[in-house]
Design a protein around this ligand. Structure first.
Ligand SMILES: Cc1cc2nc3c(=O)[nH]c(=O)nc-3n(C[C@H](O)[C@H](O)[C@H](O)COP(=O)(O)OP(=O)(O)OC[C@H]3O[C@@H](n4cnc5c(N)ncnc54)[C@H](O)[C@@H]3O)c2cc1C
Ligand SMILES: *[C@@H]1O[C@H](CO)[C@@H](O)[C@H](O)[C@H]1NC(C)=O
Ligand SMILES: *[C@@H]1O[C@H](CO)[C@@H](O)[C@H](O)[C@H]1NC(C)=O
Ligand SMILES: *[C@@H]1O[C@H](CO)[C@@H](O)[C@H](O)[C@H]1NC(C)=O
Ligand SMILES: *[C@@H]1O[C@H](CO)[C@@H](O)[C@H](O)[C@H]1NC(C)=O
Ligand SMILES: *[C@@H]1O[C@H](CO)[C@@H](O)[C@H](O)[C@H]1NC(C)=O
Ligand SMILES: *[C@@H]1O[C@H](CO)[C@@H](O)[C@H](O)[C@H]1NC(C)=O
Length: 582
């Protein structure tokens, strides 16, 4: 995630990128004007194909799922003239444009992905009134699911008719996993409900929460708080807690204290690709438990609910820091701060900071559950001393809050969707332990930022092994921060976004890769064009994850970009999903 709005001059700097322009198609382009017999056999059926279900078949299916089938009407259709049944409405359109950055506008729909890149301007609120408004890369239909039988019926229909299947929860995904042209979605958003209870198993005795697939972080956290507890969640309160977040690993402002979100899971209730309803725990269907806990969302089954550990709430300290300086002293201060991180994290605190164009350092959030403002003063002493000695003005604040949620709501009052062209890397602690390596890291950060990139860092310590083995990339255990990097998405110019994505793949990511050979990136917050993604996102776990997918999804009904097993299919120009040709 990336927080905050850039100033106008920062946006101009981003726009002033002066790197060689490398143009290319968004999707691997294999142009295909007409459908050959081979393609009919080897592609998912697409709207307009003979094999696409007839309206009678969709209608019968709607009966099977008791009227829960919804056809996509694009969110921004009032901004255009051409979507059947929707009139152009300038007031509604202005409202949609004004609120486009708000997650709720998207997560309340069954189709709109928050990462606009994957909507491919199919029906965009910022294109001219006479621009296209089509279903395009949105899913065609979704089932507003409420039960395991809805999951099973939808999987069965998709398989029978060879229709692409997508699992959609909130639509936060940055990698395009929760949308797809010509797809039928299982929409989990309305599967709400949390229960707090005492849990006892060989590995864990204590408070736990059972969380429905559609529950969002803010709902789970509110339930925990009401019982004097906390639950591990991410920075964005509207992310789905049991969906892509926890299944993909899940960083958290509580991460240094308790580990990744996937480390918290006690049980999964899941419908597999074969339509079986299973409970997966460390002892029962343990291979499925292992894969779901960190091996990526939307791959092995559709989760109906998960059960996670809870912890006692405690007084929590929060701190913020910012400074800016045009001279190279800025980079010396950045290095001093980076080398200060290990001792901050070892205390149990987690830190979020950003490097913005124009030598702007901003640390809008850090949390220390069980710590005090004075602890934070002490922990940040090396950084504050260096700032003090430099004579550069800085803003520092540390405060006490009665509980974690109070700190979180105050320091993170409004989390908008962050529209970015994205890349990223996990930065190992070893890079901030010596002057030499920290200097190299600073040089790479400088290279990225000076060419218009922005970097946001989720810094937490995960070295403690999880209670139960799981499939998060092992590099997380030696990570000092997740570098979330990229450029701001330009809603007015797709060419710019495609160019920026190439720069990220070919310049920004490699700057950090060069320092982290054999390293990793976060599968939920990385580059959609990441070379060697199987190893970079999943590491040594990939072969086992691929084997487990074959067991629980033998027909490959679940597919999404960069998911385990996804190399078997590819999206061709026009959006059709076809088997990969070698
Ligand atoms: C503003 C913002 C802030 C973020 N902050 C953080 C953060 O602090 N830490 C962090 O780790 N991540 C963060 N993320 C990334 C987030 O974890 C991913 O986007 C994640 O994929 C969202 O999961 P979702 O279920 O809400 O979204 P969706 O986009 O609906 O789904 C994402 C993926 O999960 C799959 N999925 C969803 N539900 C299920 C289910 N019930 N069963 C099986 N598969 C399912 C989908 O098929 C898809 O592949 C952030 C993202 C945004 C946009
Ligand atoms: C499914 O049925 C419900 C209830 O009859 C109806 O409201 C809805 O429009 C139908 N969905 C589709 C896609 O036709
Ligand atoms: C979030 O987006 C809304 C709507 O665009 C905007 O009014 C608000 O200022 C944004 N808030 C932040 C913190 O960026
Ligand atoms: C989806 O189903 C829920 C009940 O599970 C209902 O409250 C909601 O209105 C439905 N949404 C749509 C768009 O049909
Ligand atoms: C910074 O310097 C001032 C005096 O110059 C001193 O009062 C203050 O305690 C110093 N702060 C830190 C964090 O070193
Ligand atoms: C998009 O930006 C590029 C330069 O980056 C420019 O050449 C092109 O004309 C722009 N396209 C539109 C539609 O504005
Ligand atoms: C994205 O849009 C472009 C331009 O309209 C189109 O040519 C391309 O086929 C679309 N891509 C997908 C995957 O639908």
């Amino acid at each position: 995630m990336f927080r905050g709005v850039l100033t106008k001059s920062q946006v101009q700097m981003v726009a002033l990128l002066s790197i060689a322009v490398l143009l290319g198609a968004i999707w691997k382009a294999t142009s295909q004007p007409l459908l050959s017999t081979r393609e009919q056999l080897e592609c998912r059926c697409f709207p307009g194909d003979d094999c696409w279900p007839s309206s009678e078949e969709w209608s019968r299916f709607n009966g099977t799922v008791r009227g829960k089938l919804i056809a996509t009407v694009p969110l921004a259709s009032p901004c255009h003239d051409s979507f059947p049944g929707v009139d152009y409405d300038p007031d509604k359109c202005a409202d949609i444009q004004a609120n486009w950055a708000r997650p709720s506008l998207h997560f309340s729909t069954m189709h709109s992905p928050m990462a606009s890149f994957f909507a491919n301007q199919s029906c965009d609120p910022f294109t001219p009134r006479d621009a296209q408004c089509i279903v395009g890369t949105y899913v065609s239909y979704a089932v507003n699911a409420s039960s395991a039988s809805d999951f099973r019926d939808t999987i069965a229909f998709a398989e029978k008719h060879n229709v692409r299947l997508v699992i959609r929860n909130t639509g936060h995904d940055y990698m395009g996993k929760s949308t797809g042209a010509g797809a039928l979605a299982i929409w989990t958003h309305h599967i709400k409900g949390t229960t707090i209870f005492d849990y006892a198993s060989p590995g864990y005795t204590g408070k736990a929460m059972k969380i429905g697939a559609g529950v969002q972080s803010f709902e789970a956290q509110a339930a925990a708080r009401a019982s004097g507890l906390v639950v591990v969640e991410g920075d964005c309160p509207s992310v789905g807690i049991a969906g892509g977040y926890t299944q993909g690993g899940g960083t958290s402002p509580l991460g240094s204290k308790f580990g990744l979100a996937a480390d918290q899971v006690l049980e999964w209730d899941v419908v597999t690709g074969k339509g079986e309803f299973l409970t997966a725990t460390p002892n029962q269907n343990s291979d499925l438990y292992w894969a779901l806990s960190g091996g990526g969302g939307g791959t092995y089954g559709v989760v109906l609910s998960m059960t996670v550990k809870l912890y006692q709430n405690q007084p929590t300290a929060g701190a913020t820091l910012s400074f800016t300086e045009s001279s190279d002293t800025y980079w010396d201060l950045v290095r001093a701060f980076l080398m200060n991180l290990p001792s901050i994290l070892d205390s149990g605190a987690s830190v979020y900071f950003q490097f913005l164009p124009g030598n702007v350092f901003s640390l809008p959030q850090s949390y220390f559950l069980g710590g005090t403002a004075q602890d934070f003063e002490r922990l940040f002493q090396p950084t504050l001393r260096a700032l003090n000695q430099s004579g550069i003005p800085y803003e520092w604040n540390s405060r006490n809050f009665p509980g974690f949620q109070d700190a979180f709501h105050t320091l993170n009052p409004e989390m908008n969707i962050s529209e970015v062209n994205l890349g990223g890397r996990l930065i190992p602690r070893s890079l901030v332990l010596s002057d030499d390596s920290a200097t190299s890291l600073v040089a790479a950060i400088k290279l990225i930022v000076s060419q218009g990139g922005i970097i946001a860092a989720n810094s937490m310590d995960f070295h403690r092994p999880p209670t139960f083995p799981n499939s998060v990339h092992p590099v997380w255990r030696e990570t000092v921060f997740l570098a979330f990097l990229g450029t701001m998405y330009n809603p007015y110019n797709m060419t710019d976004n495609i160019r920026d994505q190439h720069i990220i793949t070919n310049v920004f990511d490699p700057a950090l890769e060069a320092l982290t050979p054999g390293g990793a990136a976060y599968l939920n917050e990385g580059d959609i064009h990441q070379p060697n993604w199987q190893d970079v996102f999943y590491g040594p776990n990939y072969p086992r994850l691929a084997a487990i997918k074959k067991v629980y999804d033998p027909n490959g009904v679940f597919w999404g970009p960069t998911q385990v097993g996804s190399e078997a299919w590819e999206v061709s120009a026009g959006g059709r999903l076809c088997k990969t040709r070698n």
